[in-house]
Ligand binder design. Sequence first.
Ligand SMILES: CNc1ncnc2c1ncn2[C@@H]1O[C@H](COP(=O)(O)OP(=O)(O)OP(=O)(O)O)[C@@H](O)[C@H]1O
Length: 181
Amino acid sequence: MIEATLCFPLRDGADTGDERAGSRDGGTSPTEVLLIEKRRGLGEGWYNGPGGKLEDGETPRECAIRETREEVGLEIQPADLEKAGELTFLLDGEGHTFCHVYRTATFEGEPRPSPEARPEWVPIDDVPYDRMWDDDRLWLPGVLEGRTVAGEFRFEGGEPLDEAAFVDHDLEWDVEVVRER
Ligand SMILES: CNc1ncnc2c1ncn2[C@@H]1O[C@H](COP(=O)(O)OP(=O)(O)OP(=O)(O)O)[C@@H](O)[C@H]1O
């Protein structure tokens, strides 16, 4: 099974521009999420979070940080990455991809495009689910609200996965996620 990651950087949209961190209202929750429009590979043309496949010897957390740096140029410290979920994608009854989902409201840098991805801040209540993987609308809203999720999603119709049909799913919310290295 392919092991992959997704990372969702979050910000308070009211805090953009040159406002000082000190002017923030301490308890505000984030209002925007950084998505990418994928420019090549699996899910090309669709929106998703930054992320990708684990490389040899890499932990999921290291992968999420590396992919976010490579795809959009943001720098994240390992301790700032919060595990939000674990998703299993099955294709024709067999495990295809296991995906670790993270979120963070703490990062450095400004998003910049790369050959793989065009980044875009979008309001959390206006995420373009009609231009994303079919399963995203089921689990991403809760993840953006700060919940944890475990999900299994079944696709049928053969490779490639992004041309297969989404058939059904099981979801469990507010699960304990393994806080790996
Ligand atoms: C089936 N439903 C799905 N719903 C939401 N997200 C899904 C997904 N299935 C795969 N994903 C994500 O899509 C990315 C693929 O990445 P993918 O381009 O294959 O990997 P990577 O960036 O390493 O590419 P290269 O092989 O280097 O080109 C990776 O983040 C993975 O978690």
